[in-house]
Design a protein around this ligand. Structure first.
Ligand code: ZN
Length: 167
């Protein structure tokens, strides 16, 4: 039996993400393909569902509505914080993600939506909140996850070792 994308498999995909206008928002084609651990929410829910049961070599086109993607925009919208609220050695760029202390002390993700000389604009909405996502996906690899990967809920590299980020 050949491997298919089911829970606890590390799945490797090439993908191109476009918006409704057909503009490319993101692509793995000019770099390494993306590894994710199937069934652990490492990719948007609508794409993960569409991947279920797919085999190496399969290609698929998936349209993901906001509710199964990055959600609908919510909250007060972008707000300005002083530039010196961020470390000096961090090069701030639009689209960067940070974690800020939220209510009850739980870190909440925030995204940089603009950078000016003296202030930075941040928002709790993902930059693609509210967007319908159009994915072209090719499955290029499927393997068993290691115990470490299952414990962490994400893949650690092509062979289960190598680069590791803090989390
Ligand atoms: Zn890890």
């Amino acid at each position: 039996m050949s491997a298919t994308a089911v829970k606890n498999k590390v799945v490797t995909i090439h993908y191109v993400l476009r918006n409704d206008a057909g503009e490319i928002l993101d692509s793995s084609r000019d770099s390494d393909p993306l590894d994710y651990l199937h069934g652990h929410g490492g990719i948007v829910p609508g794409l993960e569902r569409a991947m279920e049961g797919k085999a190496v070599g399969e290609t698929l086109k998936v349209t993901v509505p906001p509710k199964d993607g990055y959600g609908e925009p919510s909250g007060p919208g972008p707000r300005q914080v002083p530039r010196d609220a961020f470390p000096d050695d961090v090069e701030l760029e639009k689209g960067m993600q940070f974690f800020a202390p939220g209510p009850k002390g739980r870190p909440v993700p925030v995204w940089v939506t603009g950078v000016a000389a003296d202030h930075v604009e941040i928002d709790t909405n993902h930059p693609l909140a509210g967007a319908t996502l159009h994915f072209d996906v090719e499955v290029v690899g499927i393997r068993d996850a290691t115990q470490d990967e299952l414990a962490h809920g994400h893949p650690h590299g092509p062979d289960g070792h190598g680069h590791h980020h803090h989390h």
